[in-house]
Design a protein around this ligand. Structure first.
Ligand code: AMP
Length: 290
């Protein structure tokens, strides 16, 4: 399985990536971690990145693209990977598309963790306190001032990726304001719903929370894949009475359930055109939740 985790600093990408790594047996590729290691080791890349990172800016695209190009070819990434903190700009996303195409690799999904920005400062402060409590050194960029810059660069340079991937119908949006376990469960659910990750729990697909922001909610992939199987299944099921249809039998467990459900009631597709209004109303939902 190959995934991208998208979300602002403090959204919980690292925490969720660790859990996905365990669950799906894939590797977490965090450009932030790799760059920090390069800075600590004093490599040429590290020397280039050090001041930019400390100031909350973005390291040049070609530097991170080269790092990722090397890394996804390593044997430990053969089973799949989760990109955490990459891509962060549209040119990085375009470079990743080219890279994957050249290597004949397919991206399964882009998971966006949607969070209320107001909560991010608190989260980053908590992370710094926990790091201190473990006796480890706090990240130079985990300060309120630098966080403000990182958020600004997220908004200006990374947020356009939400549209980039939603246009390509790869985007799955998850409410990142839930508990850590709740977010993990929701990610597993949306991935199972699109048939990604054989080990994902076989829960039937249902609509994700309303967003209407142009992002593809879980109901869309559900409708695309399992519903197709369900279409066939429906016809066969009508003929063969109780016997599950071939398409549904062949499908992975999660898809089978979704297919069965879709036979009863076709999955609804959330085709929200989105735009600012939708995003704002969704954001309000988060604010209520937080
Ligand atoms: P992170 O740990 O993902 O928050 O990244 C920490 C810092 O590393 C960022 O604030 C950037 O300075 C740099 N960085 C990480 N990933 C990228 C990327 N894909 N493109 C540019 N800079 C990056």
């Amino acid at each position: 399985m190959r995934l991208i985790l998208l979300g602002p600093p403090g959204a919980g990408k690292g925490t969720q990536a660790e859990r996905l790594v365990e669950k799906y047996g894939i590797v977490q590729l965090s450009t932030g971690d790799m760059l920090r290691a390069a800075v600590a080791a004093g490599t040429p890349v590290g020397l280039k990145a050090k001041d930019i990172m400390a100031a909350g800016g973005l390291v040049p695209d070609d530097v991170v693209v080269d790092i990722i190009a090397d890394r996804i070819e390593q044997p430990d990434a053969a089973n799949g990977f989760i990109l955490d903190g990459f891509p962060r700009t549209v040119p990085q996303a375009a470079a990743l598309d080219d890279l994957l195409k050249r290597k004949k690799m397919k991206l399964d999904a882009v998971v966006e963790l949607k969070v209320n920005e107001g909560a991010l400062l608190q989260r980053v402060e908590n992370r710094a306190a926990e790091t201190r409590a473990r006796g480890e050194e706090v990240r130079a960029d985990d300060t309120p001032e630098v966080l403000a810059k990182r958020l600004a660069s997220y908004r200006a340079q990374t947020e356009p990726l939400i549209h980039y991937y939603s246009d390509r119908r790869s985007l799955l949006t998850v409410d990142g304001m839930m508990s850590i376990d709740g977010v993990t469960e929701e990610i597993s659910r949306v991935l199972a719903a699109i048939g990604a990750g054989a080990k994902a729990p076989a829960k039937p697909a249902r609509r994700a929370s309303k967003a209407g922001n142009g992002t593809r909610k879980v109901s869309k992939p559900v409708a695309r894949k399992p519903a197709k199987a369900a279409g066939k299944a429906g016809k066969k099921a009508a003929k063969k009475a109780k016997k599950p249809a071939k398409a549904a039998r062949k499908a992975p467990k999660g898809a089978r359930k979704a297919a069965k459900k879709a036979v009863r009631k076709p999955a609804k597709v959330a085709r929200g055109k989105g735009g600012r209004e939708g995003r704002e109303s969704h954001q309000k939902g988060h604010e209520k939740a937080s």
